[in-house]
Unconditional design. Sequence first.
Length: 385
Amino acid sequence: MIGSMLVARPDPRTVRARWVTFAGIASAGAACVVLAMSGVRWEDDPVVIALGAVGLLVFAAGVAGVAYLAVTPGLPARTTRLLLAGFTVTSALSVPMSAPLGAPQWPTWAFVGATIGGTAPLLPRRFAWAAAVAAPVTAALAAAWTGSPPRGTLTITGVLGLSIAVWNLVHQWFWTFLVQAQQARDAASRVAAGEERLRLAREVHDSLGHSLSVIALKTELASRLVHTDPDRAGREAEDARALAAAALTEMRAVVHGYRRVDLREQVLAVAQVLTSSGVRCDVRQPADDLPPALAGALLPVLREAVTNVMRHSRAQTCSITVARAGPGARLTVINDGARDAGAATADPHSGGLDGLADRLRETGGVLHTEHRDGVFKLKATVGAA
């Protein structure tokens, strides 16, 4: 039912937001590395230039690992430890490798220290405090070692580091908000699927519970009467057989959706699923319920249409309209964000729209689809002359 449509897939908008956040966090560190690399202008020793460049590039890789850690929730503990260890080791190596680059004319390591201090808010708390304290202390020691002006070095490390920290905190806050919103939508979708499964379970229970109870009683009575009153035992066994056949017929009707098909409830359920997935949904239904035969014919169309919206589009809006069409009924589903016709391949486990059209045609129904300017329109008419 509805649960079959909730196939786990990453939301393209969340994926894009994740990489934009990663790029925003990494850009601050990249800018500082470029500024630090400017010390090459003041350096003549090729060995110092080579060591400084390698040290800065390795340090940039460590900062990129922290940025990836910040935008990737749920990483294994081992991966988290490796990324944090990489950042710690590359930061430590940057002091002997990069601090002499361009010194004393250019405070190369001051920009590295600013990056370390600005990255601190992205680290776990115990690492964050250590990085925030180590950055200015190491900058002062590096300035004393290389002969760079200590005041200018500490100013660059402190002011620029604080600016990068604020920049990273803003990006991290927005990313955390997006992750929580996505988790809320996923939870709402799971709730909607659970409610649909419970509804189906209640319907099956209502259909079979009474019949099975009566069958159990009649077969028990027949087993007791088989020796004392064979004729009555035979009648009770025949009644049990008839009840079993009726229950089987009723069960088939439930499975195929022809017993008390509540199309109105199904439309509201799929609308809730779409809304939970971030799709703004507009629903229009007639005041009176459709006859079971018409509702049963439209129900698979509704499921297939919503499946296509969930799997084969990046819809932001969707409208579902159920209306009477003379003696029949019409279902119309319109969504934006539709991909090219060739991109929306059919689910290998279903017949897709072509199979649905064939089944409707066998019962006198008509299925019409239209794809234009990113808008997909599906219209199914059943029971009309």
